[in-house]
Design a protein around this ligand. Sequence first.
Ligand SMILES: Nc1ncnc2c1ncn2[C@@H]1O[C@H](COP(=O)(O)OP(=O)(O)OP(=O)(O)O)[C@@H](O)[C@H]1O
Ligand SMILES: [Mg+2]
Length: 136
Amino acid sequence: MEDEGRIRIAADADLVLARQKGRRLAAAMGFSGTDATLIATAISELARNILAYAGVGEIELARIHENSRDGIVVVALDSGPGIADLEAAMQEGFSTAGGLGMGLPGARRLVDEFDIVSEVGKGTTVTLRKWRAFAA
Ligand SMILES: Nc1ncnc2c1ncn2[C@@H]1O[C@H](COP(=O)(O)OP(=O)(O)OP(=O)(O)O)[C@@H](O)[C@H]1O
Ligand SMILES: [Mg+2]
């Protein structure tokens, strides 16, 4: 796994930067424009959650090469309050903040692999992986 940078998320401008960096990395890796947008959108949702619930955190971007395929890895982590009921949080429409409750389930749908680890009082780490489709 090659580190492609980390972006501290503490304000709206950081969210925009993380989104841009994710999109650029995806494009540089040969993802389609559509896939680059999906990756950027997933990054936005995770960064928005960091701002809303933890206040501050980090988005890390990396490339992986595994079994002769290339993928992008996004890790969103914070040391915020954590999520008490992960199963509920992954349901569409569940929000503790009067939101639409679409961020986490939406991000999961946009990528190939989705992993979330959260502990109340410790924080939350979400890991996304998306593989580049083979050229037709
Ligand atoms: N990083 C986080 N730290 C603590 N709690 C979180 C975090 N991310 C999500 N949650 C919890 O999971 C719930 C669901 O998150 P999700 O992003 O799906 O919806 P939302 O943020 O409430 O609304 P939306 O994203 O649609 O505006 C949140 O309401 C919040 O309780
Ligand atoms: Mg959200």
